[in-house]
Structure formats: structure tokens, C-alpha cells
Design a protein around this ligand. Sequence first.
Ligand code: PLP
Ligand code: COI
Length: 341
Amino acid sequence: MAKDIDWGSLGFGYIKTDKRYVSLYKDGKWDEGTLTDDDTVTLSECACVFQYAQTIFEGLKAYTTEDGRIVTFRPDLNADRMIESAKRTEMPPFPKDRFLDAVKQTVAGNRDWVPPFGSGATLYIRPFMFGYNPVIGVKPAEEYEFRMFTTPVGPYFKGGMKPITVRISDFDRAAPRGTGHIKAGLNYAMSLHAIVDAHEQGFAENIYLDPGTRTKIEETGGANIIFIDADGNMVTPKSDSILPSITRRSLMVVAEKYLGIKVTQREITLKEVAEGNFKECGLCGTAAVISPVGCINDHGKEIRFASGMDEMGPTLQKLYDTLTGIQMGRIEAPEGWIYEI
Ligand code: PLP
Ligand code: COI
């Protein structure tokens, strides 16, 4: 029986659900893993994760399709990306087949929490991993915990599909040759001050510039960026220091293969954005889906997009409808994109 929740009024917050998956790494190997009701973790005060932030995570969603199936979207790519994040932070990668099995078990164990089709909500899945044995000299842990929990969520940004205003940040998110391309907690720790400050100033998010030259658009704190140019083409930043968003990579395929939209991935300067070369802008990610940007504030100078502040522009809307149609089973997906639970 589905839980009695007002799905339509959910924001992006944590609600404790029934089951979470846990596997421990000790003596050089992962144990077999299990589902548990226990949502708490008790650790040594000197656990590596507390002292040196050795933690990585992922984010994906489960959806109810129109015909009542429960599906997830490209979890294999989350598994791959988490392996890359683990390697870069000296953690033992959690094997891909185990990751996919954990997604199945965790979502199946929380079946009643998967929001119904058409409710506007989805079940967010948060896999994460941390080093937990005591470490005081700077070095990686030897023991690790992999966990995966779920929480039902609504839109990431307040106001749902209403265009947001974002600002150009004076802080950098990633260093050249740093960790911007992996999903490590440390990338988000450094963004907390910037996001609180942005919210205080009335902005929904920060756009970070490339840390090397501070002239090119990178991404926001929790999403990649896509632009639509005057000819209706999709243009998205190319950079080694942004997270390879699964949503953005999927949208590039949706644009070309489903909608006949030309896609270019290249360096994008703030200058050309300010000159009005793009008529639509959106943030894309698992949590953000596609959130339209109506205005970018660059130190008081407003860069307004032709799509305006009332609704998503027409090209982003087509991308949004097609992507969510694929995710929720209304539109046939490319081979291997949908994993049924
Ligand atoms: N960029 C950052 C910094 C993120 O945290 C996320 C969220 O996962 C994304 C981009 C979007 O990635 P994905 O589409 O894989 O969720
Ligand atoms: C996601 O979209 O899954 C994210 O991780 C973004 C944000 C919640 C950190």
C-alpha cells in the first residue's frame, strides 16, 4: 500500500523510509550486504570521514510508470561514476553489479514510498560511502561503509518549474586538476557558505566559473548547465572540473536522437552569455531535472533570457517532456536506460 502522503506538496527534503542497504569493507573485502531498518550510524570520534572528509555519494531516482511499474534511470552510470569517485579519493570501489543489486533491493524494500505516476514526486536514492576506522595521520581509512537510502522528493527549487535567478559566484567550486569531476562530499562542503550567501542575497543557486581563468561557465553547486542558442541548438560547457551529469549526457542524446536538435559541448565564456547569445538556460541534474533559469546576476548586472521569468522556454520544455517521458515510461527509452525493479 502506498504511503498516505500529500505527494504534490513535497519539496526536496529527507523523510525516513523503511529500509536502507548497508555493506562493510574490512580486511580488504566487501561483506555480502544487507537491508536494515536502522537509519543511524555510530562511529569513532576519529573516523576518517570526520577528520578528513573521506566520503563520496551518488544520486538517482525511482519512478512509477503509467502502467504501475517501478523503474530507475541509468543506475549503471551512477555505479560507474561512484567507482571513479572512489578511485580519486583512495576508497575501495563498490562493484558495479553489487551497486545495481543494492538499488534493486533498496527500492523494492521501500516500494510503498515510491510516489505514484503523475504525482509530481519521485523516490530519490542516495548511495554513499565513507571511511570509518580511526585515522589521525593524513591517510585513507582501511574500513569503509557503503549505504543506500531513499527519500521521496518533489522539486529541488522552491516554486517548482518557475524560472529562477542565479548569480555568478565569487567563490570557486573546484581547483584545476582537483576533484570537481567526482561526487565527493568535500566539493559540497566548500559550497555551503556560497549557497547560504546566495540565498541571503535572494538567488536560488551559484554559477561557478572555471577556476583557472574565471572567464568560462562551469556549473552550479548541484547541477550542470545547458543553453539554447538563437538557432534552437543546445550548447553545454566542456570542462574537466565539472561533474559529468548523467542527466546532461542523457539530454544530449534526447536532443539529437529524439528532437533533431544539434548539440555542441564546448567552452562557453561568461562574456558570450552576457552578450545575449543564448535565449534559454537551464540547470540539469537528477534533483534539478531541468530547472529553467530566467536571469543570471553577474555582480549586479542582469543577464536576462528571452524565455523570461514566467515559464520554461519552448526548447527546454520539449527536452524536459521527452526526458521525463522516457523516465516515466511514456516514451520508449534507448536500449539499457530503464532498469525495472
Ligand atoms: N553537478 C553537480 C555538482 C551535482 O551535484 C549534480 C547532481 O548529481 C549534477 C551536476 C547532476 O548530475 P546528475 O545528472 O548525474 O544527477
Ligand atoms: C543530485 O541531483 O542527485 C544531486 O546530488 C544534487 C544535489 C542534491 C547535491
